[in-house]
Unconditional design. Structure first.
Lengths: 124, 498
């Protein structure tokens, strides 16, 4: 089986379910870069954030697509991401913020074995 | 010397139409100080309905404010500055509790700069003019400035009052009314500022609505009643803001962060003099404001030939950074602005270690005896290469990534190898090097033999993914107004076409 680039914890899956129910719609993620609230996975209702034509889809977590900009992917491509949930307020347009919790991306370097088996993705 | 904690009210409402207005749905959220992670007070958790009230109040205020003479507008801006100055220490202490930064910075930098911003725009609107062109002997073209109306502004948490001043002062100086959403991490100090200036401010000119991004920021950016949106923050929300603005076809200015290079050429060590001392401090400025600055000089590029002796002096200076109680005027570095930010920075420090960067200083949290539950991190320096994540991603904390270069060409290549282009620093005694570097760097603000100076009369903004538009400087006024052209003919004869 190939190595997934982005995965989620049980807490993340539960929060995704809760947000789907609250918003009555499918969700998506976009990893942000830069400034005050950067480098965080941001969760939106599908259709609310216009995914860029060159944005890279890293995979899906609990059935929701996960994207980032190609410029960011370029320097993050050697790391595996696990999306988790922690207590405490974040500060962005991500839809979980009002609940007093926030998604975070925990990254680690791939092992050599994993690197040989990475899931294929499209990058322009 | 320590400072007493201000007596915050139990809760704060929104400031709309010159009055304190409770949030329509009656919800409030807790404002937490990163100094001790304790609750300071509660503020309004606003939504679309509150935003609408604020936009309506803005338009009501605009009826008179938009027609006010520059003389009167200028006087109001000066009165705002005077009122803030009269309450400087109280506002500085509140800012320190809200954000966590050391009191010596809020007293000596944040507040004086914010106050000066209002005075600067009060003065430039008195002295500028539109223009008139004689197109021919009977045709005159006049270029006249008119305000946009009500504008939306969403500001960050790293300099809550100064960023408010940067956005509010030019907007109202140009004759607009403002609806501003502070960051949910730092919603309080701006409310204390509004209490201080409420008496000198015509109703509806500045409206403050607090709340969360998806509930309050989004409806503000999407509101068809605003004529412009200004945002400072990160890239994904920046894209979202542009997308929202496209719905109403309104202009956008964005300031989205950086990974600013600070370049040290070997000539700085020709003498061990006052200038060399200044250059050492110039590197250590990565720790200014706990590194929570969009222009943080977070990549130091040092010429190979001076690396060892220069770093030896730098590390001694970093060692001398005093951490402790942010309310003590001798403390140099305070708390990171939130647990969110604190955890993110520690995560990046781990990434640096995992990537194999060499840890030269710090590398861990700081145990603050005064506030064991607060968000404190040691000033941290890594040595590595520019392809590492800690050199490419904005950490927004006191974490410096250092690398070396052989010559000027390599310095420029590394400096520009980043997706951002907000700030940069160049340190040299050689004027020719200075010219090549300052012009060769792709960034909106290049500090030459200085760093982290933010005068009102110097423009600020980004190249590349660091954003669109400029802040500060009088050119900022044009972000907030229309140009109307009145083309007058004094010729009494028809064209003769029909």
């Amino acid at each position: 089986m190939s190595t997934k680039r982005v995965e989620s914890t049980q807490k993340t899956n539960e929060l995704i379910d809760k947000l789907r129910e609250k918003h009555g719609t499918e969700l998506m993620f976009h990893q942000s870069g830069g400034c005050c609230d950067g480098s965080a996975p941001m969760c939106f209702e599908v259709g609310d954030f216009m995914v860029g034509s060159r944005d890279v889809k890293l995979g899906e977590i609990h059935g929701s697509e996960f994207f980032m900009s190609p410029e960011q992917f370029d320097y993050i491509k050697g790391t595996h991401l696990t999306i988790d949930v922690v207590e405490g307020r974040g500060s962005s347009f991500s839809i979980e913020i009002p609940l007093g919790v926030r998604f975070i991306a925990i990254s680690r370097l791939y092992t050599n074995e994993e690197l040989e088996n990475l899931e294929e993705i499209e990058v322009e | 010397m320590g400072f007493e904690k201000p007596k915050f009210k139990e809760k704060y409402e929104n400031f709309i139409g010159g009055k304190w207005v409770a949030p329509v749905d009656g919800n409030y959220f807790e404002a937490i100080s990163p100094i001790d992670n304790g609750v300071m007070t509660k503020v309004a958790q606003s939504n679309k309905k509150d935003v609408q009230l604020a936009v309506d109040a803005g338009w009501a205020g605009f009826e008179s404010w938009g027609k006010t003479s520059v003389t009167e507008r200028s006087a109001v801006l000066n009165k705002i500055a005077d009122a803030m100055e009269a309450n400087l220490e109280m506002l500085a202490i509140a800012e320190t509790w809200d954000n966590g930064k050391a009191i010596r910075e809020t007293i000596n930098a944040d507040l004086p700069l914010a106050i000066d911003h209002f005075r600067y725009f009060a003065s430039v609107i008195r002295s500028e003019s539109g223009s008139i062109s004689d197109l021919d002997s009977n045709t005159v073209s006049q270029e006249i400035h008119e305000p946009l109306g009500v504008v939306g502004q969403i500001i960050p948490w790293n300099f809550p009052l100064l960023m408010a001043a940067w956005k509010i002062a030019p907007a109202i100086a140009a004759g607009n009314c403002v609806v501003l959403k502070p960051a949910e991490q730092t919603p309080v100090s701006i409310l204390l500022m509004m209490e201080v200036i409420a008496d000198v401010l015509p109703a509806g000119v500045i409206n403050i609505v607090n709340g969360f991004g998806p509930e309050c920021g989004k409806p503000l950016a999407l509101n068809p009643g605003i004529r412009k949106i200004g945002f400072t923050g990160e890239t994904t929300t920046g894209k979202l803001i542009m997308q929202y603005a496209s719905e109403n076809i309104i202009p956008v200015t964005l300031e989205l962060g950086g990974k600013s290079p600070n370049i040290f050429m070997e000539s700085i060590m020709e003498k061990d003099d006052a200038f060399f001392n200044k250059a050492i401090e110039g590197l250590v400025l990565f720790a200014f404001n706990q590194g929570e600055v969009c222009t943080c000089p977070s990549r130091a590029l040092i010429q190979e030939s001076i690396y060892e002796p220069f770093m030896k002096r730098v590390l001694a200076r970093v060692e001398a950074i005093k951490m402790g109680d942010p309310l003590d005027s001798s403390t140099m570095m305070g708390a990171q602005a939130s647990t969110d930010q604190y955890e993110k920075i520690l995560h990046y420090i781990n990434i640096g270690k995992e990537e194999g960067a060499e840890l030269l200083a710090g590398g861990d949290k700081f145990e603050n005896d005064a506030y064991p539950n607060g968000c404190y991190i040691q000033p941290t320096i890594f040595k590595g290469n520019n392809k590492m994540r800690i050199f490419q991603e904005e950490i927004f904390g006191p974490v410096l990534s250092v690398t070396t270069f052989k010559d000027l060409d390599e310095a420029l290549e590394i400096a520009n190898d980043t997706i951002y282009g907000l700030g940069a620093g160049v340190w040299t005694r050689d004027v020719h090097e200075m010219q090549t570097l300052t012009r060769g760097i792709q960034a909106g603000r290049v500090w030459a033999n200085c760093y982290h100076a933010y005068p009102a009369h110097a423009s600020f903004g980004g190249y590349k993914l660091s954003g669109i538009g400029r802040e500060t400087h009088m050119m900022m006024l044009n972000n907030y107004r229309h140009t109307k052209n009145i083309l007058t003919s004094y010729n009494t004869h028809a064209l003769g076409f029909f």
